[in-house]
Design a protein around this ligand. Structure first.
Ligand code: SD4
Length: 324
């Protein structure tokens, strides 16, 4: 597709987003790979980035970095939206979704996994030891146990109490999505070799229907990596992210010349275009290209992310379209 046509169909022009004069499709430019860095969604990303940076700083791989990083959040009982201590579904069961992807487009995923504290490592094991990409439910659990992962009770006292309180006031509709009950960790890293990897892990939408799976374990929705271009991950209402193949869309936009920031903004435009009613529909995207440029944008205010490289370690606020 000619670039002019691509812009026309993308809706970028109508969204009023400017593409810089240098923006060119990938085949017309060379992205020089940037210095190592790691970024991850929400405040729990600070501690996760620490663990990831310990790997990157020793010239370790981006793949090892993202796995080590998000394991910290999965194992933190205080984080009520990921791994141990995650808020359960409406039946009181903690069910976990995760995926991982490396610079060679190898990927692994698990969904609807119960009683395993570190689903990201199970996802990596699926990627590295099986001919498959995705295991779900009982099969994923059995595989994890065979691989030596311990059986763990994931419902903490704090999360059980929150669920009981929710049940007292249970309404027919699902709970609203906001920063309190919806904060997956998605992590993207660039290593010293110039390779990208990503990981995404969550307990999903609090008090969801039993069996519900969101975007987080779906390669192309919750996470996507293409080492030629960049990487992206998503947080927020998974149903909306799946509808636009969110993370794959962000990466593909970068391939066509969008900066990471422009790509995240355009993906949010697509979400907006597909949903007449945006009330409470929070989605945020994070993106990183091969040069180490970063982008972050969300539908509503409040999305932030942790960034770390050799010079800086900080929380950053994403740009957004609307106030709550
Ligand atoms: C999901 N996207 O299960 C995940 C949840 C999330 O911030 O990202 N929360 O829909």
């Amino acid at each position: 597709m000619k670039r002019r046509n691509f812009l026309k169909v993308s809706g970028l022009a109508s969204a009023g987003l400017a593409v810089s004069a240098e923006a060119k499709p990938l085949e017309q430019r060379r992205l020089i790979s940037g210095a190592p860095c790691v970024l991850s969604t929400w405040r729990h990303g600070v501690d996760a980035n620490k663990a990831a940076w310990a790997v990157l700083d020793q010239k370790g791989s981006a793949l090892d970095a993202v796995e080590s990083g998000v394991r910290v959040t999965e194992s933190d009982p205080e984080s009520q939206s990921v791994g141990l201590g995650g808020l359960p579904d409406r039946e009181g069961k903690v069910t976990l979704d995760a995926c991982i992807m490396d610079h060679e487009s190898n990927c692994g995923a698990v969904a609807f996994l119960q009683n395993i504290e570190n689903p990201i490592s199970v996802a990596r094991r699926v990627m590295e030891t099986t001919p498959h990409v995705f295991l779900a439910g009982k099969g994923a659990y059995r595989f994890a146990r065979e691989q030596g992962f311990p059986h763990t009770e994931l419902l903490t006292e704090k999360s059980r109490k929150a669920w009981e309180k929710w049940r007292e006031n249970e309404k027919a509709e699902k709970p609203p999505i906001n920063q309190e009950n919806h904060d997956t960790i998605g992590m993207l890293a660039l290593d010293a070799e110039g390779n990208l990897s990503g990981a995404c892990t969550t307990s999903g939408w609090a008090y969801k229907l039993h069996g519900r799976v969101g975007d987080s374990p779906i390669i192309g929705a919750g996470l996507f990596v293409d080492n030629e271009v960049g990487a992206a991950c998503a947080t927020g209402m998974g149903e909306a992210v799946i509808r636009i193949a969110g993370s794959a869309t962000v990466v593909e936009l970068m391939r066509h010349g969008y900066s990471p920031q422009q790509a995240c903004q355009e993906a949010v435009e697509r979400i907006k275009a597909k949903h007449k009613d945006l009330k409470g529909l929070q989605v945020g995207f994070l993106a990183l290209n091969r040069s180490g440029e970063v982008g972050a944008h969300s539908v509503y205010a409040g999305f932030d992310y942790a960034y770390r490289d050799a010079q800086s370690e900080e929380m950053r606020k994403a740009s957004f379209d609307r106030n709550w």
